[in-house]
Design a protein around this ligand. Structure first.
Ligand SMILES: [Zn+2]
Length: 487
């Protein structure tokens, strides 16, 4: 049986974070009273004129530069015409033939290795309103229209069909979100609709380069939804083709509850939008100095920062990926690391990454807090790691200190001093506990003498217990081996 290769392209709509809408002065606050943020312009009254919001253009162009796109120095708006009750003008101002940016790419990392996804184009458009068919769980026999969202600036980022698995598509979405959040151009919260995604999915015989008949999948409202919906759709199309059936070109809606996609409309009902240039807006013309200014405003981007942390700091790809996924997290890590002087800084990077990604992030996640709300500052986490590296406390004791720091704040040095948690290095004292442990477990002692290295663990454990967990484990091990003549 021939095997098939999935081909996926994504169209992502991102709400640009601006104070006002794209063609009028209405505010863009999320969750406001319905129809409280509207005016004659965004409601499409006759005779009004749109005025372009400069910061929406800046947000889009900064995104385009970060994604290595070619920014067109001249671009035009177009009217995309269709009738729907959430669109008061009966057309949406968008861009068609001359978008703001084209031909970029985003490098993503997947379990199978790095991948490059090409960006086809990025254009600016306005959002439509929202229809309500129910209030809470009560279904209505009429529909309500909320136009607060009408005229919110959106950028549509269209990828080339360069992804071949649901995981790659999810990694692309996550990579895109990371870049957009680093830039500060959008919050990218999918649950709030700040980032939406439609996917074109088709299959072709493995080893060929043509494109099969595609289905468009919509209504994926979370990163998890993207992964699940695409995995489902790939399986659905594979089953059909393997059974000798044909794929129908259609739009399918993802149902997260049922875990399946279902047909919404077929190609025959597809719209002809009758695009034509928007006569009320002049073309956008961007000067070189404007582009240079935005180019200079770009921060170090996540993929660059990730590679730098791997190379400069010796972090694993996984740790570097977790740490650089969010800018505040990467900033926290680098601030903590800056508290160390060389050569200790080199040594501190790896344990610091461990404390951050496993202990601190785990705790913050459980408490539903972000890194900005961490009760442990970067300086204090660095101080804790320093105590471990210098041997002042054992790794085990450090966890107790960490718990105290997370619960009540406070300096690790003060906690260690007040609770008497300093690691015990005294060889006379440790030697005495070692003698007691050997006397208490003659069988284990015999085993170690007979060359069974594994038996040493029980004796080390006994000594650590006698010391209240404070004896330096390396010293304990060394002294026990010495006394038992083991190497
Ligand atoms: Zn308005």
């Amino acid at each position: 049986m021939a095997s098939f290769e999935p081909v996926i392209g994504l169209e992502v709509h991102v709400q640009l974070k601006t104070k006002s809408k794209v063609f009028c002065g209405c505010p863009t606050d999320f969750g406001a009273e319905p129809n409280s943020q509207i005016c004659p312009v965004c409601c499409g009254y006759p005779g009004v004129l749109p005025v372009l919001n400069r910061s929406a253009v800046e947000g889009l162009v900064r995104t385009a530069l970060a994604l290595d796109c070619r920014v067109n120095s001249r671009s035009v708006f177009a009217r995309k015409q269709y009738f729907y009750p959430d669109l008061p003008k009966n057309y949406q101002i968008s861009q068609y033939e001359l978008p703001l940016a084209e031909h970029g790419h985003l490098d993503i990392s997947t379990e199978a290795g790095p991948r490059r996804v090409r960006i086809h184009r990025i254009h600016l458009e306005e959002d439509a309103g929202k229809l309500l068919h129910a209030i809470g769980s009560r279904a209505l026999d009429y529909s309500l229209v909320d136009l607060n969202r009408t005229g919110i600036p959106l950028m549509e980022i269209v990828s080339e069909p360069d992804m071949h698995t649901a995981e790659e598509a999810a990694a692309y979405m996550e990579g895109l979100r990371a870049v957009l959040r680093y830039l500060g151009v959008s919050d990218c919260d999918m649950e709030k609709g700040f980032m939406r995604c439609d996917a074109n999915v088709s299959l072709r015989p493995a080893g060929t380069t043509g494109l099969g008949t595609k289905a468009e999948v919509k209504n994926m409202n979370s990163f998890r939804g993207v992964r699940d919906a695409l995995a489902y759709e790939i399986e659905r199309q594979t089953d059909l083709l393997e059974a000798g059936q044909k794929i129908v070109q259609e739009t399918r809606l993802w149902d997260a509850q049922k875990g399946s996609t279902h047909s919404m409309r077929s190609k025959e009902e597809a719209h002809d939008y009758r695009y034509f240039p928007e006569p009320d807006l002049v073309p956008i013309e961007l000067s070189e100095s404007f582009l240079d200014e935005l180019r200079r405003s770009l921060p170090e981007l996540p993929s660059v920062r990730r590679t730098r942390l791997e190379k400069e700091r010796g972090l694993s790809g996984y740790d570097a990926g977790v740490i650089t996924a969010e800018k505040p997290l990467a900033d926290y890590f680098e601030q903590a690391l800056a508290a160390f002087e060389e050569p200790l800084r080199r040594e501190a990077a790896k344990p610091l990454a461990n404390w951050l990604t496993t202990e601190l992030l785990g705790r913050l996640h459980a408490a539903q807090k972000g890194i900005e709300e961490s009760p442990i500052s970067s300086r204090r986490l660095a101080a804790l790691v320093r105590l471990v590296l210098k041997g002042t406390v054992s790794g085990k004791t450090a966890k107790t200190v960490f718990d105290d720091m997370f619960a009540g704040g406070g300096d690790p040095e003060t906690i260690v001093e007040q609770k008497g948690l300093t690691q015990i290095e005294d060889e006379v004292l440790i030697g005495r506990w070692a003698d007691e442990a050997i006397a208490g477990q003659p069988k284990s002692a015999q085993d170690v003498k007979a060359g069974k290295a594994a038996a040493l663990g029980a004796l080390v454990g006994a000594v650590l217990k006698k010391s209240g967990g404070r004896a330096n484990p390396q010293t304990v091990q060394r002294l026990l081996k010495q006394k038992l003549g083991a190497s």
